[in-house]
Design a protein around this ligand. Structure first.
Ligand code: NAP
Length: 288
């Protein structure tokens, strides 16, 4: 199966390298060709636009930033829809709004193109190791077609429901991760305030009921006070915005998510949006 890939950042590039390793024929496009150097050096081909890319491939994967970026590369002036060959399936691994995903799916369906929202969890480590959790919204037949490609990037592939349902699952995931990061920061705060080294506290908790990937990976980041991303705070802010917008549309309150969104917003407002979002720990430690 010929695969196209757009979005060669922290998540996209390791996915591309894994797909090449798995033997897929792969072509990429990026806004600036130099951003694609690592993928091209590893054996990927180059297309001059998303439309040209779509004309060459059976599945086109996007792993960009936000809803408007997915719309731009799939439906914009040079967008994939203008070159799509019959039977093309577009797979979007970015985290975007569930409503946006449904609208994109409908607009592509009108042009005869299938769209699956396939946001992921597992972070940079999961992308590098090819062990991402992939949450799928869209038609089962389209998923069946592209599953062998998804298996080159992820271990747990779950069909959640119709278009947008994958993004709903991802929004749920971001509540658990965001609130979990804040909880781990408070763990460290209490240990330090008691004069106890947080490193063995983390180690002990990893063996018990409080065990989590957040405690493992973000807990270590906090102990090292090193917030090289990982998951950039400005992207996490976007995700918490999706969570809160969705809640507002439904008329429900999510107070824990609201608190975490406020902390990440403060971090980004301080000009630290490129840090890993676990840096909200510093704000939590500064508070009384
Ligand atoms: P990133 O490192 O910032 O990479 C984003 C990539 O998308 C860059 O290569 C960027 O190109 C490209 N891009 C963005 N907008 C574009 C547009 N309009 N047209 C063409 N290319 C565009 O971000 P990331 O961490 O890989 O995240 C990608 C997506 O995965 C986001 O939706 C994020 O929320 C989600 N996600 C991230 C993680 C994580 O741990 N990092 C985990 C799960 C999900 P340029 O190089 O030209 O800027």
């Amino acid at each position: 199966m010929k695969v196209g890939y757009i979005g060669l950042g922290i998540m996209g590039l390791p996915c591309v390298l894994n797909l090449l390793k798995a033997g897929h024929e792969l072509t990429v496009w990026a806004r600036q060709r130099e951003r694609a150097t690592a993928a091209l050096d590893a054996g990927a081909g180059w297309a001059e636009s998303p439309a040209q890319l779509a004309a060459q491939v059976d599945v086109l994967i996007t792993n960009v930033s936000d809803t408007k970026d997915v719309e731009h590369v799939l439906l914009g002036e040079q967008g994939a829809v203008h070159g799509a060959k019959a039977g093309l399936v577009c797979v979007d691994m970015s985290t975007i709004s569930p409503i946006g995903a449904r609208e994109i799916a409908a607009r592509l369906a009108a042009a005869g193109v299938d769209f699956l929202d396939c946001p992921v969890s597992g972070g940079q480590v999961g992308a590098v190791n090819g062990t991402l959790t992939i949450m799928v919204g869209g038609k089962a037949e389209a998923l069946h077609k592209v599953r062998p490609v998804l298996e080159g990037m992820g271990k747990t592939i779950t069909h959640i429901g119709d278009s947008g349902a994958g993004q709903v699952a991802k929004a749920c995931n971001q509540i658990a991760v965001g609130v979990g990061v804040a909880a781990v920061a408070e763990v460290m705060k209490l240990a330090k305030a008691c004069g106890v080294d947080p490193a063995p506290v983390r180690e002990a908790l990893l063996g018990g009921f409080a065990q989590s990937r957040v405690l493992d990976i973000h807990g270590q980041r906090m102990i090292d006070d090193n917030y090289v991303p990982g998951f950039k705070a400005h992207l996490h802010l976007k995700d918490m915005g999706i969570v809160l917008d969705t809640a507002q549309q439904l008329g429900i309150r999510l107070p824990e998510a609201e608190r975490v969104e406020g902390l990440i917003r403060q971090l980004v407002a301080q000009g630290e949006g490129e840090l890993d979002s676990a840096a909200i720990a510093r704000l939590i430690w500064q508070q009384n």
